[in-house]
Design a protein around this ligand. Structure first.
Ligand code: SF4
Ligand code: SF4
Length: 199
């Protein structure tokens, strides 16, 4: 969901997150942020009565093509924006599709990445090697993280919501589990509690 913005590793000891709707004007629901959608996201929104041509950034021909493929996505599709705002963003800055919002929206400002056990692929995103070692150790000891790649969480530094007390190890693990359930099943077809046994 995030544009090319700096990201940092989330680990025990890094700031906790709480959305700040009173002070943030929904930065993440406006350009240059674009919310990508999966087939499952679209199905959920359609079940809620939303018209795909209203909420998807595609033209009628592209929609027919996708429907003809049984909605098998071969391209990156995003939510539509009007005047640089997501079509679901209300004047009061609430989300008009909150209960059915895409997983990418629910994930933000976090992102799941998979790295080799040494973690070196995200070395430029870490504040300390010790924190990287710790989060890699936790991920390796956590069942869904199948070596040789381990799941780690990054956060978008542009979000002003990282104002909460530092994460404990238990808090970090709970966050990792939540992010896993939002991301790994949809994007990697691995089992999760949110979506069932498979994507
Ligand atoms: S940018 Fe962060 S604080 Fe602002 S609305 Fe989005 S999640 Fe909340
Ligand atoms: S669907 Fe909701 S949370 Fe997602 S970008 Fe639009 S207004 Fe924001």
């Amino acid at each position: 969901m995030a544009p090319d913005a700096p990201e940092r590793l989330v680990a025990p000891g890094t700031p906790g997150f709480r959305c700040q709707p009173q002070t943030c004007d929904a930065l993440c629901c406006r350009s240059p942020y674009l919310a990508g959608v999966s087939e499952r996201d679209v199905a959920l929104l359609r079940e809620g009565g939303e018209e795909p041509l209203h909420f998807l950034d595609i033209d009628p021909g592209q929609l027919q093509e996708l429907l003809g493929q049984g909605m098998r996505w071969s391209q990156f599709v995003t939510l539509r924006q009007e005047e640089s705002r997501c079509v679901f963003l209300g004047e009061d800055l609430s989300c008009g599709a909150y209960e059915r919002r895409p997983d990418g929206c629910a994930l933000y400002p976090h992102r799941l990445v998979f790295v080799p056990p040494g973690g070196d692929r995200i070395a430029s995103n870490v504040e300390s090697v010790d924190l990287l070692d710790l989060s890699v150790r936790i991920a390796l000891g956590w069942e869904p993280g199948e070596p040789p790649y381990v799941p780690l969480v990054l956060r978008d530094l542009a979000c002003p919501g990282f104002t909460e007390p530092p994460l404990s190890s238990a808090g970090y693990t709970a966050l990792l589990e939540r992010i896993w359930d939002l991301d790994a099943c949809t994007n990697h077809a691995w089992p999760c509690e949110r979506h069932g046994d498979s994507a």
